[in-house]
Design a protein. Structure first.
Length: 295
């Protein structure tokens, strides 16, 4: 039954720790939870005006790309964004279209950027999700803050985390695949590279020569090339929209592709997964998929 659901169900309240672990974490099934963050001050306070006042001129990390795709395959490379350090208010000027730019800007640095770069905002949310921390017996490894333009897209990938994704304003659009779809999802090894701005102001792709090749998914699930990747026709994607005030539980090892409304603000909590039978199942499926390709 691992991941075999036809749609992402809704819960109208946050569950008890035991209920959540038994019904969702253990069977590795996603759900959207309503009324789990309704008490957060951020839901009312986090306007762009408020963020400008509280964070203001502070210099933060912003991912910048020419096309909105960071950490994605392009020109047979795994291309990472330019990580630009800039005043937060300058970033907001771009989001609010007070300043025009041909490039796409996204505050999306993970590594717990909410607590590391935006500690002024932590008091408006929570340092962890208590019922999740009790269910898993641990605190989150990272709490991340997301804010960006609608052109910023997260390419199809998976994470080794139990992910609670909370939308503060706007909405996020998720395309999901269960781990059982691994045989139909192509992986290749790519030379890692980074966008760099040339002296003329245009972007160039520069190889990271001291880094090992990166396994990544070259397929765009919104416009799949079925001639090149015919197996993907057998995959079973789920689509869901997470609106302001809602929380998505995205189980570990689920593939996800993410789009957003312009200026969408979100916070997510990454809890390290248990490397138990589910992980062994995925590793077996991955090995069998690669073995079949060799044959």
């Amino acid at each position: 039954e691992l991941g075999l659901v036809e749609s992402v169900p809704y819960l109208d309240r946050p569950p008890s720790p035991l209920e959540f672990y038994r019904e969702w974490v253990s069977p590795n099934k996603p759900c959207i939870i309503q009324n789990a963050i309704s008490h957060w001050p951020a839901l009312k306070k986090w306007t762009l005006t408020y963020l400008r006042e509280v964070v203001g001129p502070k210099v933060v990390s912003v991912a910048v790309t020419p096309n909105g795709y960071a950490d994605a395959v392009l020109q047979d490379r795994f291309v990472m964004p330019e990580e630009r350090r800039m005043p937060f208010m300058d970033f907001l000027d771009i989001v609010e279209k007070k300043v025009t730019s041909p490039n796409v800007f996204y505050v999306q640095k993970q590594c717990s950027n909410l607590t590391e770069e935006f500690p002024e905002l932590v008091c408006d949310v929570q340092p962890d999700i208590p019922w999740m921390s009790e269910a898993l017996g641990k605190k989150p490894d990272a709490v991340n803050f997301w804010l960006g333009e609608s052109a910023a897209v997260t390419s199809l990938h998976k994470d080794h985390y139990e992910n609670l994704y909370c939308v503060i304003s706007g909405e996020k659009h998720f395309l999901l695949h269960p781990p059982s779809d691994r045989p139909f999802i192509p992986y290749e090894l790519y030379q890692p590279a980074t966008y760099r701005v040339s002296e003329g102001g245009s972007f160039e792709i520069v190889d990271e020569k001291t880094v090992d090749k990166v396994p990544w998914i070259p397929l765009d699930p919104l416009n799949p090339n079925l001639e090149q990747y015919p197996g993907y026709a057998q995959a079973k994607p789920l689509q869901c929209t997470v609106k302001a005030g809602e929380m998505l539980y995205l189980p570990s090892l689920w593939f996800h592709h993410v789009q957003q409304s312009h200026g969408c603000i979100a916070v997510n909590y990454w809890y390290d997964m248990e490397y138990d039978l589910k992980y062994s199942y995925y590793q077996l499926l991955d090995c069998l998929t690669n073995a079949v390709k060799v044959l």
